[in-house]
Design a protein around this ligand. Structure first.
Ligand code: SF4
Length: 385
């Protein structure tokens, strides 16, 4: 064990640790919830949701016994909804197989849905003091620099090597604090790009810093650019209500969206409206569609370019296979919807707020190119997988 690294980082942590509401709770359930939230979300953002989530679901049983839709609603805005589904399923398993107690070993934690090696190690070390490094992107970056690792950190062999080095540096006690200290260092000091080595408690031991090239590490594999997907997002209205569709595919499972019509790339607005009209004609009596604006949402692997349009229905009898509900303002607020629907939901709320807003609907004669337009309601870096 490199005592110097653990001693230096723990001393630094005692003075500089981030004050986060989910820290130092001593409650394994809270640690589990926070680690699910932190899988794809920055700690500062997760904190804003954590207290509200815990107030709504204070323990394993309340979470396991709640309908999935309630859990998804409490998760709304955090994105990556598969985490919420997995967390609730994990709570059911803990209730049924572990007497409501979060398991205290990495192996048992790893058997829970949505728990990978990082989360298992984080929960085991923070909640139960298990001596195991919680290797996420932050820790791989910090240890790649500390040990001047030039191999690509996306390779398994390099990751194994860095994990071994991190384990060797871990103290026998305060294992959870060691992991959290490294996480804080990676978030605030040893950041991607140019690290703040002048403020780092480990600079005297850091091989990349001593060699003069910390900003060149870690070496990463080239990422493929996200796929571009174009959709018409149709806000269907009838007598003060809006039609929402409950999706079942993996990415949007159990979430509500407006009618989504896939479009070929770079479809002009006039063609978008014609496609929407013919799609609607096959499913519900409706008046011609109108263009409202555009929006963009960036997922991890996809970018959605959306034309927001609206149409008034003459009847509620939807004849397509899609599962749908007609809802009002309260429903728009209470049903779980992915972040990609944020701009469309705002438009829908405006439309429901009165006839004056309907008069603002744009003319069908618009012929702007969807891809070339300014976007509204853009949400970056939030996924709904
Ligand atoms: S000295 Fe610089 S590169 Fe090395 S661990 Fe500290 S912040 Fe990171």
């Amino acid at each position: 064990m490199n005592d110097s690294i653990s001693a230096l980082i723990l001393s630094w942590y005692d003075l500089n640790k981030r004050r986060l509401s989910f820290r130092d709770t001593g409650d394994p359930y809270r640690v589990l919830v926070s680690e699910f939230m932190l899988q794809q979300t920055r700690a500062e953002m997760a904190e804003a949701y954590f207290s509200r989530f815990i107030a709504r679901f204070p323990d394993i049983r309340s979470l396991a016994d709640s309908p999935l839709e309630d859990v998804l609603k409490a998760w709304e805005g955090l994105g990556y909804y598969s985490r919420a589904r997995s967390l609730r399923r994990a709570a059911e398993i803990i209730r049924d197989q572990y007497g409501g107690n979060v398991p205290d070993t990495c192996d048992a934690l790893l058997s829970l849905p949505g728990v990978g090696p990082y989360s298992a190690a984080a929960v085991a070390s923070i909640a139960f003091g298990v001596r195991t490094p919680a290797m996420d992107g932050n820790l791989y970056r910090v240890f790649a620099r500390l040990y001047d690792e030039r191999g690509c950190v996306d390779r398994d062999s390099v990751r194994r090597r860095l994990s071994s080095l991190a384990l060797a540096d871990m103290p026998e006690d305060r294992c959870g604090d060691f992991n959290q200290a490294m996480m804080d260092l990676g978030a605030a000091v040893c950041v991607p790009g140019t690290p703040d080595c002048a403020a780092c408690p480990l600079s005297c031991l850091c091989r990349a810093y001593i060699a003069g090239h910390p900003e060149s590490l870690p070496v990463r594999a080239k990422k493929r650019p996200p796929a571009q997907k174009d959709y018409a997002v149709v806000i269907l209205r009838r007598q003060g209500r809006i039609c929402l569709f409950r999706r079942s595919e993996k990415m949007l499972n159990s979430l509500y969206v407006f009618l989504l019509i896939p479009l070929p790339e770079e479809t002009g607005i006039r063609e978008v409206l014609d496609r929407a009209d013919s799609f609607l004609l096959s499913r519900v009596p409706a008046k011609p569609a109108f263009y409202l604006g555009s929006a963009k949402h960036v997922f991890t692997h996809q970018v959605w370019n959306m034309a927001l349009i609206t149409a008034e229905c003459d009847a509620e009898s939807w004849s397509g296979p899609e599962q749908h509900v007609w809802t009002n303002v309260e429903g728009l607020a209470s049903l779980p919807m992915p972040g990609a629907m944020k701009a469309a939901r705002e438009k829908a709320l405006q439309l429901l707020s009165g006839p004056a807003e309907e008069g603002k609907i744009n003319s069908r004669s618009l012929s702007l190119n969807l891809m070339a337009e300014n976007t509204t309601g853009s949400t970056v870096g939030c996924d709904s997988k």
